[in-house]
Ligand binder design. Structure first.
Ligand code: AMP
Length: 437
């Protein structure tokens, strides 16, 4: 499909109106942007926004009546864009830089986020080449503005749904910082929610706010406006299990090990910081691209006290029993070692390419199964070294289970051994894939 090359925005003589020009193929299309009586901006028949910036950002995400959504700005359009955006004089970045687009899984397969400095011979995107490897606040200038509560005027919420849950929906958006704009995922709490749910979302935000690791979805902040919104960095590739379903031929075991190693790194960080996740599962591992995973969903997570190694829940709740260690279900005791158990189940889900664990069993039956010393079988594609590690994660007594320090090391050794074997072999990329049995 032909893509528009450039777009340009300029003020028209007629007060309060702007002309948006878009080159698509060999044709230039012109659109009128006008303001209604309330001062809201829109293209004819389009969605209305309070600021020009929000409209432009929206049109980058959605065509909304244009021939195509906006891509790159015309290089000489910055001056006119600034003039055109009287509400945004402090943000020269608006309309002057081509925006990095979020990762998506399109109908042709996976479109990874472009690498920052991609060389022609090195096609594979590395996590550190993406915009979400470092915190957007790693820039000291941006850090000056770091606060838990964000201003609504800097946030654009698009009506593009990334996912949903009991709480409401997760929408795509853009957050404007001092020097740049970043793609974000926004968890929007539905209006009908009770105070208890709002408190729960705020607890999730407080936990995420304390974490900063490349393998964990970062919180940008919270916005209290038309709804309570949790603004997070974008991991647009969707959950790990969904990504892997039906991809045995396409995604080699080495790629699965790579992603699981990243999850182990994120969990090792949590263990070091004395946080327990309590909901680690493939559904809560989100992909930035095919080679980059981040842990998400901190709704059940807890920060442990400095001298505590576990958290005791007051009562049992709506728990993901199939991912829980025996001591969680029997004694409501949660620790990094019980997260290790969940990591084992996550490994099983990944190496079985998105299958559901303990398929035919109900949650309580699983506990009996485990008590009898039984464990899930090795998935057909799973290498023996990886099945041995997941079996160790399912050690009944938590004291005898490995910690994430050990798990990460074993995952790393295995993944690196595959990588070095592949480098030495003439068929580079087709990493050796020894399966169980
Ligand atoms: P959750 O309730 O946090 O598990 O989110 C529900 C769904 O929303 C997930 O399965 C994802 O598809 C999507 N989602 C949540 N957080 C993000 C994020 N940071 N980036 C992209 N999509 C997300």
């Amino acid at each position: 499909m032909m893509e528009p090359l450039l777009s340009r925005l300029r003020p028209r003589k007629e007060q309060g109106t702007y002309a948006l020009s878009l080159v698509y193929g060999k044709t230039v299309y012109h659109y009128l942007i006008s303001q209604d009586k309330a001062g809201k901006f829109c293209i004819p028949e389009g969605t209305k926004f309070d600021t020009l910036w929000q409209l432009v950002e929206y049109l980058k995400l959605k065509a909304d009546g244009l021939i195509y959504r906006l891509k790159e700005a015309c290089p000489n359009s910055s001056a006119s864009a600034e003039a055109a955006a009287p509400t945004l004089p402090a943000h020269p970045s608006t309309f002057t830089q081509p925006q990095r687009r979020v990762d998506t899984l399109n109908s042709d397969g996976y479109t990874p986020e472009p690498a920052r400095a991609a060389s022609p011979e090195k096609q594979r995107p590395m996590p550190m080449d993406t915009s979400v490897y470092e915190s957007p606040y790693s820039d000291p200038e941006e850090l000056k503005d770091k606060k838990l509560f964000l201003k609504r005027e800097n946030l654009l919420v698009a009506d593009i749904e990334l996912g949903c849950g009991n709480f409401g929906s997760v929408r795509q958006g853009v957050y404007r910082m001092r020097k740049k704009q970043i793609d974000v995922a926004i968890k929007v709490l539905k209006h009908s929610t009770e105070k208890a749910d709002k408190d729960e979302m705020m607890r999730e935000a407080q936990i995420m706010h304390q974490l900063d690791n490349p393998y964990i979805v970062r919180l940008i902040g919270v916005c209290q406006a038309e709804a309570l919104m949790l603004v997070m960095e974008m991991a647009g590739g969707g959950p790990l299990h969904k990504f892997l379903i039906g991809k045995k031929e396409e995604i080699p075991v080495s790629n699965v090990a790579e992603l699981l190693h990243q999850v182990a790194m994120g969990m090792k960080y949590l263990e070091e910081k004395n946080f327990v996740h309590r909901d680690l599962a493939a559904r809560n591992v989100l992909l930035v691209n095919r080679h980059y995973a981040k842990i998400s969903d901190f709704g059940l997570s807890k920060a442990l006290g400095a001298d505590d190694s576990y958290y005791t829940a007051r009562s049992a709740g709506k728990w993901p029993l199939k991912w829980y260690a025996p001591e969680c279900i029997n004694f409501r005791k949660f620790s990094s070692r019980s997260d290790v158990w969940s990591y084992g189940v996550t490994m099983w889900e990944a190496f079985s390419y998105g299958q559901k664990p303990y398929k035919k069993m109900k949650g309580p039956e699983v506990l009996d199964f485990i008590k009898q010393g039984k464990r899930m079988e090795c998935p057909p594609e799973c290498p023996p070294e990886m099945y041995s590690l997941m079996s160790d994660c399912w050690t009944y007594k938590w004291e005898d289970r490995p910690d994430f320090l050990t798990v990460e090391q074993r995952m790393r050794n295995y993944y690196y051994s595959l990588a070095s074997r592949a480098e030495g072999s003439p068929q580079c990329g087709q990493v050796a894939e020894a399966a169980c049995g």
